[in-house]
Design a protein around this ligand. Sequence first.
Ligand SMILES: Cc1ncc(COP(=O)(O)O)c(C=O)c1O
Length: 345
Amino acid sequence: MKMFLMNTYNRFPVTLVYGKGSWVYDINGKAYLDFTSGIAVNVLGHSHPELVKAIKDQAEKLIHCSNLYWNLPQMELAELLSKNTFGGKVFFANTGTEANEAAIKIARKYGKMKSEKKFKILSARNSFHGRTLGSLTATGQPKYQKPFEPLVPGFDYFEFNNIEDLRKKVSDEVCAIFLEPIQGESGIIPATKEFLEEARRLCDEYDILLVFDEVQCGMGRTGKLFAYQKYGVTPDILTVAKGLGGGVPIGSGRCKRKGKRAGAGRSRHHVRRKSARMQSRCHGDERADEGRFSGRSGQEGKVPSGKTFQNERKVQRGGRCSWYGIDDRDSIFRCGEQKCCNEVL
Ligand SMILES: Cc1ncc(COP(=O)(O)O)c(C=O)c1O
């Protein structure tokens, strides 16, 4: 039967049949202690009774409906994720690579709103962001990229944890910086706090979206729900997958309102959402303002254009000063000229 499967991985000569907790069992009943956990997927172990129950319960009710309709598990999980990170809205996908594709598209569209030239995306050498074409291009590893060239244009790479190199690559043409707070694929290599802080600072200075890919290091694997919470450096977009579903495929991108509302290729499976919701027994509420902008926040008022707004931000850059607000339709606008990005993707 193996002959019918494409040869995408070098597999071990073991055929697994079931698992319980940290153990998996092969076709001959031989037990193995599972140190792989599906590469950071089975964060509750195998066949966790609550996870199994959540999947079963939901499968008996509704496995699938399209995004033409609302459904409760989707909304509840989005709320959990938003309230336990930095607020903002959630886009659901099926995998980590799709979550990163969404982040790429949000960043490109955000950049385009500013300038036709603002489309460059920077990521770290030896990073891993997935295998679809955009995420593969962001993945700074030629060994994965070579067979699929030409890749997506507009990407460049910096050396991880090298502040000088990052500074050299940043310009007004950059719309996003992608980073894993802890690189996974290339060994477990944590970013230094100084490096993440400098990335944050540069993003603020150049109006760049900071994207943290926590597909592998997120979901409680560092002791906090997400690794960025340990560093105290908040991204604009957070991508999460793998452990979020505990084995059921799911991906999500959380985005601050700066570049909001992703819309294409959504995942619609409630079973995933339900199991992911179960996974998200989240730690404290970290919705507080991230301090990204100077000026007041979280207040209601009027911008100079006379438009009512909430959560306005004042951005000081290069001597210029602009007001950003979020109106009652959740649209982002800039002082005077409404810049609605309701259809980011
Ligand atoms: C950091 C990181 N990002 C993205 C991905 C891609 O996730 P997926 O395999 O769910 O597409 C991975 C997978 O290993 C990963 O480690």
